[in-house]
Design a protein around this ligand. Structure first.
Ligand code: HEC
Length: 181
């Protein structure tokens, strides 16, 4: 009895493969042409499967704050952490080296540099791009900020100092181009 059921199922499957019937896909697409398969020159095309719908629109990037706020409250504090790591303060007791010494100090530099490098993506939100030159200035800043980030992760003070010396040039170059004081 079991054998017969199996044989019967196999027979149905073979019939389905050899004589494909037009199948309408779940998404309503017309069936693939079956003429070649029906004529026996090609194996039958598999029944079309429903495909996930492809997104054609870009991801929803948007600017949440205005440009002065982004500059003053995101880029500047992050860059300041990098600049401070290469600085001194001078008071009545003399010079105090601000370079990171403890692991906690280095973690703060990692935070600043990581924030700075990721903030360059915020500068590339389409509505913020003023002209084709904009992207190049952002990329220059991003390259430096990424070097600062890597130096901080590796606790490499001389590499960090080198980036810190050049970081303001990347800010100033863009400001000059757009006549920002
Ligand atoms: C890709 C171009 C670009 C780069 C790179 C850039 N800025 Fe700016 N920045 C601007 C523009 C544009 C403005 C003017 C914003 C406005 O007033 O609409 C500005 C303004 C500023 C201001 C004034 C904000 C205010 O309150 O008016 C500060 C501070 C500033 N930037 C800091 C920085 C620092 C620090 C860096 C580098 C770490 C930097 N910027 C890199 C384009 C840039």
């Amino acid at each position: 009895m079991r054998y017969r059921i199996w044989k019967c199922w196999l027979g149905t499957a073979a019939f389905t493969l050899l004589a494909p019937l037009p199948v309408v896909a779940a998404d309503g697409a017309p069936p693939a042409p079956a003429s070649a398969a029906a004529s026996g020159t090609m194996p039958p095309a598999p029944a079309p499967r429903a495909q996930p719908r492809r997104r054609s629109s870009p991801p929803p990037l948007r600017a949440f704050v205005d440009m002065p706020t982004l500059m003053e409250h995101v880029l500047t504090p992050a860059a300041t952490v990098v600049w401070r790591s290469n600085g001194f303060v001078n008071d009545a007791a003399g010079d105090h080296d601000l370079s990171p010494k403890t692991d906690a100090d280095w973690e703060q530099v990692v935070t600043g540099a990581a924030t700075l490098v990721e903030s360059t993506n915020a500068l590339l939100v389409p509505e913020r791009i003023l002209d084709p030159e904009w992207v190049r200035y952002v990329q220059e800043l991003a390259a430096l900020a990424n070097r600062a980030y890597l130096a901080a992760e590796q606790h490499d003070l001389s590499a960090l100092a080198d980036v810190s010396d050049h970081l303001d040039e990347a800010c100033a170059a863009c400001h000059r181009h757009y006549h920002i004081e």
